[in-house]
Ligand binder design. Structure first.
Ligand code: PEP
Length: 272
């Protein structure tokens, strides 16, 4: 993107009917079930050190496995990189073996939790109803929520991708207030692009990001929609991030595989 186009993009973001648009560019790394604690701390230290090379206005988040949240949080201390969980329980506390509550996440320094990742929807029966509960508990505890939405390959081939994303957003986020939306990020992740090496084209991604923003506007108004950060996820890497992030409604990425290499993750964060 030429400097003039960059300035134009920035300028169009700045004002909407005298409303200063607050949305932030963010790159978040979902480490999934990867790294031991030792490897995870080393990766976090590298990300924290390299984060100084990224533009001040770009936010960085990493989401390690539960077992290393505490240690990774310590490794990130003093850097701009924020800490996220990959999931949380749909209950406050009690007899829910194997679950981790929002208060536990807060207590180890999490600022965010990812919710509704397609792997959780697909393999662990995560329903929109459960996601409403999880989102409610997370927001009440003061955690920000990165809500993942996206269609499967067969749904895209059947032309249902708009409907799928609309219902995932409406079933969950429409249960909350405009004020709550200040602590929510949406990640559009087409399931067919996750870990497959197939990326949505910038045009495909922009089309659905703009649609998602319009669904937020329909419920909460234009200002809330313009302030909402909407990330793209699905085989995003240094070689394609620039083109994706140049789109008007793509405000960054939720990164899986490429987040496991600090240099790649940081290179992506330098792609705005
Ligand atoms: C993800 O799982 O959130 C993801 C985007 O993975 P990948 O970047 O590996 O496709």
């Amino acid at each position: 993107m030429h400097l003039n186009e960059k300035i134009a993009k920035f300028a169009t973001r700045k004002l909407l009917n005298n409303h200063i648009i607050m949305r932030k560019n963010i790159v978040a790394g979902n480490w999934k079930m990867n790294t031991t604690k030792v490897d995870g701390v080393a990766l976090a230290q590298e990300v924290a050190a390299l984060s100084e090379q990224t533009p001040a206005e770009v936010g960085l988040i990493v989401a390690p496995p539960f077992t290393h949240l505490c240690a990774v949080g310590k490794a990130l201390a003093g850097s701009k990189v924020e800490l996220s969980a990959q999931n949380c329980a749909d209950h406050v506390k009690g007899a829910y073996t194997g679950e981790v509550s929002v208060d536990m996440l807060k207590a180890v320094g999490c600022q965010w939790t990812i919710l509704g990742h397609s792997e959780r929807r697909e393999y662990y029966g995560e329903t929109d109803e459960k996601l409403v509960e999880k989102t409610r508990l997370a927001l009440e505890a003061g955690l920000g929520v990165i809500l993942c939405v996206g269609e499967r390959l067969e749904e895209r081939e059947a032309g249902k991708h708009f409907d799928v994303c609309a219902s995932q957003i409406e079933n969950v986020l429409y249960k909350f207030s405009a004020e709550d939306m200040k602590k929510v990020i949406i990640a559009y992740e087409p399931v067919w692009a996750i870990g497959t090496g197939k990326t949505a084209t910038a045009e495909q991604a922009e089309e659905i990001h703009a649609f998602i923003r319009s669904r937020i506007a329909a419920k909460f108004g234009d200002e809330v929609a313009e302030d909402m950060t909407i990330l793209y996820g699905g085989s995003c890497k240094p070689s394609n991030a620039r083109e994706l992030f140049a789109q008007k409604d793509i405000d960054g990425g939720l990164i899986g595989g490429a987040a496991l290499k600090a240099a790649d993750f940081i290179e992506i964060a330098k792609s705005f």
